[in-house]
Design a protein around this ligand. Structure first.
Ligand SMILES: Nc1ncnc2c1ncn2[C@@H]1O[C@H](COP(=O)(O)OP(=O)(O)O)[C@@H](O)[C@H]1O
Ligand SMILES: [Mg+2]
Length: 237
């Protein structure tokens, strides 16, 4: 079976500076794949390249369909949801307006309303905050909102960029348990970027390690968990 996401020989650059040097990476349907590596390794750039936010070459296939050449909106429409680092909610808008923007492709009002209710079932706290300005939410609530906004477009593949960053352990646990539910109950495929490798390897089945724009290890999450040499060499412990 073709993987849901198949990235082949992907290079990407900021202006004249190339930061990804021909990476290969796959996400299988219904799986959680972790992309791990040190600060500055190229994790964010890889996600940005996949969603068309960065000049890139090589091949990126979603379900067998080439997305290089498409713009960010078309890539989102094809089913790639991106939760950027730093969260990217519209801080001036209310929680619910952020969700409506996430559902911008949904033209049927009834469906939009039921999609919002589905989000509130996963994140009840957001319902109690629905009319509040997003910028006034706690860090954890903003992360929940950023994830929710991406989920509103019913992605087949969710790209998560350091969702645990700056959050208290209890909140991280709550958010990761929802990622697990989305994966297990709804079959959502996830490409998870994390500096917190231990956390990522708890929910991922596959793992890639990236170092200065090159993939240096590919294997099962368990093989990284159980290999102290790899962890020490690439993940700092
Ligand atoms: N906007 C940018 N302009 C130029 N270089 C950048 C920019 N963003 C990131 N970089 C560089 O790209 C490389 C990879 O960065 P990044 O993808 O953010 O790494 P990570 O997410 O793994 O920490 C780093 O060398 C970083 O300095
Ligand atoms: Mg990053």
């Amino acid at each position: 079976m073709t993987p849901l996401l198949k990235v082949t020989n992907l290079s990407a650059s900021y202006g004249a500076v190339t930061v990804l040097h021909g990476i290969d990476l796959e996400v299988s349907r219904g799986r959680v794949t972790a992309l791990l590596g040190a600060n500055g390794a190229g994790k964010t750039s890889a996600l940005r390249a996949i969603c068309g936010l960065l000049t890139r070459k090589g091949s990126i296939e979603l379900d067998g369909r080439q997305v290089i050449g498409l713009g960010t909106e078309d890539i989102a429409r094809l089913g790639i949801g991106h939760v950027p680092d730093g969260r990217g909610t519209f801080t001036q808008l209310s929680v619910e307006d952020n969700l409506r923007l996430g559902g911008i492709f949904q033209k049927e009002k009834k469906r939009l309303a039921s999609d919002i209710e589905r989000i509130y079932a996963y994140f009840p706290i957001l319902k109690t905050r629905r009319l509040q300005q997003a910028g006034l939410l706690s860090g954890g609530e903003q992360q929940m909102l950023a994830v929710s906004r991406a989920l509103m477009s019913h992605p087949r593949l969710l790209l998560l960029d350091e969702p645990s960053f700056g959050l208290a352990p209890r909140i991280v646990e709550e958010i990761f348990s929802i990622f697990r539910q989305l994966n297990e109950k709804e079959g959502l495929s996830i490409l998870l970027v994390e500096q917190n490798a231990t956390l990522a390897l708890e929910i991922a089945q596959e793992a890639y390690l990236i170092e200065t724009g090159r993939i240096v290890f590919t294997g099962s999450a368990a093989s990284v968990r159980n290999n102290e040499d790899i962890r020490r060499a690439y993940l700092g412990g």
